[in-house]
Write a protein that binds this ligand. Structure first.
Ligand SMILES: [Cu+2]
Length: 491
C-alpha cells in the first residue's frame, strides 16, 4: 500500500459530517488505491493470560447532565461510557456494535497496543459501518489510566468516551478508595452538534461561540492561574463543563471517611479545553502522568490538557469539598464533590483558593526511576512542526495538513528523537499513538504533552511497536482540520 493510498483512505474515513462520511465511504475507490484491512484475526491467549471482555453499543441517546437534557451519541446510555478495567498483560476483547448513523471506530488512547487494534480508519482498520460490529483484541502491556474514544471526525466531542483502567498487579494500592474523574467540555444537543461547530470554525475563522461571542475568548487570561502560560488555549465556548457527565449544579458525589487516602484517576476527555484541577482545602500528590509513575509531587492545583491523564493521591479532611476543573481561558467550570462528613454543599460556582496558587504543569514532573526513558544517542532525528492559525481555520504538521504532509518514516529498533516545535500562537496537546515517549530533559514518559505558543520540546521514543501510527493535536477540531501526521515504520 502506498502512502498516497493511505492518505486518501484516511481522509475518506475522517469526513467532516455524518452525511459526508457516509457518502465519501460509499464511493468506490479508484482502481489501484482501493484496499481494505478486513477483519482482524483473533489474538490467541498465552498460557495463564487473563481475558477481559466488554461489549459496547455506540448509539444515539438522550442524556441527563443533571438538569440539561441533551440528544447525543454515546456508548450505551451514559457519558462517560462503561469503564473497562483490566490488569496489565490481560488480553482485552471488546466488541463494538455501531448503531450510529455514521461510521465510527475506537482508539485506545495511550495504550502501546498492536497496530491493528489502534482504531484509526484508513490507517489501521476499515471504518465500522452503521449497523455492523467490530471486534478489538489487544494486550494492554502497561498499567495506568487510559481512555477510549472514536477516531472518526469530531465524534469525541459527543458522548463517545469512557475510561480504560489497567491495574498494576504489583502495586501496593496504598489508598482506601479510587475514584475515576472524567472531565469534559459539552456542546452536543445544546443547539449545535460538534460537526456544526467545526463548520462554524472553518467558515468563521474561529468564530465558534454562541450568541456571536465567537473569538472573544481568544487571548483571554486563564481564570484561576497566576500566569497564563497557554496564551490562546481554545477555540470553542462551551455551554457546559462536566465531571463524570454532570454539571456543577448537580454534581457527582464521592463518599469517604475523614483521614482516608483516595486515589483520583483524572482524565481530560474534552475536545478543546485545558482544565486547571484543584480540590478545595487539600493538597494533592501527583503520582502518575499518562499512566506512568512519576516522583510523587505535591501541589494545590495542576493543568490537564485534552487527552492527558493524571493520578493523584489525597488524604481527606472532614467535610464536603469541591473538586473543581476550571476551563483555561473560558467561563464556567466543572465540579464534583467529595463528602467525608457534615457540611454545607459548596455553590456550583465556588472557586477553591488552590486554583490561584502555583499550578503544576505536567511537563515539569520528574519520572519515577522505573518509568524513566533512559537517555540514549538517537538514531534518527525528526522534525515535528505544528503550523496554523485561527483565521483562516487551518492547522497542519510539517508545513501541510494531514493528507498533504509527508509521513514521518522510522525504522524498527531506532531511538527516534522528535523535535516538537509549536509555530503557532495557540497551545496544542501533541498525542502520539502506540508509544509513550520521553521528554529528553527529564525522561518523563508521556503520550500527550502540551506545547505552548512558540514552544519547542524534544522528545524521544523507542521504535519498538511496528505499524502505521497517527500523531496529532488532541484538540479534536485542530486534528480534524489537518493537524495530524502519519508515523510509519518502514517495512
Ligand atoms: Cu491544536
Amino acid at each position: 500500500m502506498t502512502n498516497l493510498s493511505r492518505r486518501s483512505l484516511l481522509l475518506a474515513g475522517l469526513g467532516v459530517t455524518g452525511a459526508g462520511l457516509l457518502s465519501a465511504c460509499s464511493v468506490s475507490q479508484p482502481t489501484g488505491t482501493a484496499t481494505t484491512f478486513g477483519t482482524p484475526g483473533p489474538v490467541p491467549t498465552t498460557p495463564g493470560q487473563r481475558v477481559t471482555t466488554a461489549s459496547l453499543v455506540a448509539q444515539r441517546t438522550t442524556l441527563d447532565l443533571g438538569g440539561p437534557q441533551v440528544a447525543t451519541w454515546a456508548y450505551g446510555d451514559t457519558a462517560p461510557g462503561p469503564i473497562i478495567r483490566a490488569t496489565a498483560g490481560d488480553l482485552i476483547r471488546v466488541t463494538l456494535n455501531n448503531q450510529l448513523p455514521a461510521d465510527t471506530s475506537i482508539h485506545w488512547h495511550g495504550i502501546a497496543l498492536a497496530n491493528a487494534a489502534d482504531g484509526v480508519p484508513g490507517m489501521t482498520q476499515d471504518p465500522i459501518r452503521p449497523g455492523t460490529s467490530y471486534a478489538y483484541e489487544f494486550v494492554a502491556p502497561d498499567p495506568g489510566t487510559y481512555f477510549y474514544h472514536p477516531h472518526v471526525g469530531v465524534q469525541l466531542d459527543r458522548g463517545l468516551y469512557a475510561p480504560l483502567i489497567v491495574e498494576d498487579p504489583n502495586e501496593p494500592g496504598d489508598y482506601d478508595h479510587e475514584y475515576v474523574v472524567v472531565l469534559d467540555d459539552w456542546v452536543d444537543g445544546t443547539g449545535r452538534t460538534p460537526d456544526e461547530v467545526l463548520e462554524q470554525l472553518i467558515a468563521g475563522g474561529g468564530t465558534a461561540g454562541p450568541g456571536g461571542m465567537g473569538g472573544m475568548d481568544h487571548g483571554s487570561m486563564g481564570m484561576g492561574s497566576g500566569t497564563a502560560p497557554f496564551g490562546d488555549a481554545g477555540d470553542v465556548i462551551y455551554p457546559h463543563y462536566l465531571i463524570n457527565g454532570r454539571v456543577p449544579a448537580a454534581p457527582d458525589v464521592f463518599e469517604a471517611k475523614p483521614g482516608q487516602r483516595v486515589r483520583l484517576r483524572i482524565i481530560n476527555a474534552g475536545s478543546d479545553t485545558i482544565f486547571t484541577v484543584a480540590l478545595g482545602g487539600h493538597r494533592m500528590t501527583v503520582t502518575h502522568s499518562d499512566g506512568f509513575p512519576v516522583q510523587p509531587t505535591e501541589t494545590g492545583a495542576f493543568y490537564i490538557g485534552m487527552g492527558e491523564r493524571y493520578d493523584v493521591v489525597v488524604t481527606l479532611q472532614d467535610g464536603v469539598f469541591p473538586l473543581v476543573a476550571a476551563p483555561f481561558g473560558k467561563e464556567g467550570q466543572a465540579m464534583a464533590l467529595i463528602r467525608t462528613g457534615a457540611g454545607s454543599v459548596p455553590a456550583a460556582a465556588v472557586r477553591p483558593a488552590e486554583l490561584t496558587g502555583p499550578v503544576l504543569l505536567g511537563a515539569e514532573l520528574m519520572p519515577a526511576e522505573s518509568a524513566r526513558l533512559a537517555s540514549k544517542k538517537p538514531d534518527a532525528v525528526v522534525a515535528f512542526q505544528l503550523n496554523g492559525q485561527m483565521a483562516p481555520y487551518q492547522w497542519g504538521i510539517n508545513g501541510a495538513k494531514f493528507g498533504q504532509n509527508d509521513p514521518i518514516m522510522i525504522n524498527q529498533g531506532q531511538r527516534v528523537r522528535l523535535n516538537l516545535a509549536n509555530m503557532t500562537m495557540m497551545t496544542h496537546p501533541v498525542h502520539i499513538h502506540g508509544h509513550t515517549f520521553g521528554l529528553i530533559n527529564s525522561g518523563l514518559r508521556k503520550d500527550t504533552v502540551l506545547l505552548r505558543p512558540m514552544e519547542t520540546m524534544a522528545v524521544e521514543l523507542q521504535a519498538d511497536n511496528p505499524g502505521d501510527w497517527a500523531a496529532h493535536c488532541h484538540n479534536i477540531y485542530h486534528a480534524e482540520a489537518g493537524m495530524m501526521i502519519a508515523m510509519n515504520y518502514r517495512v
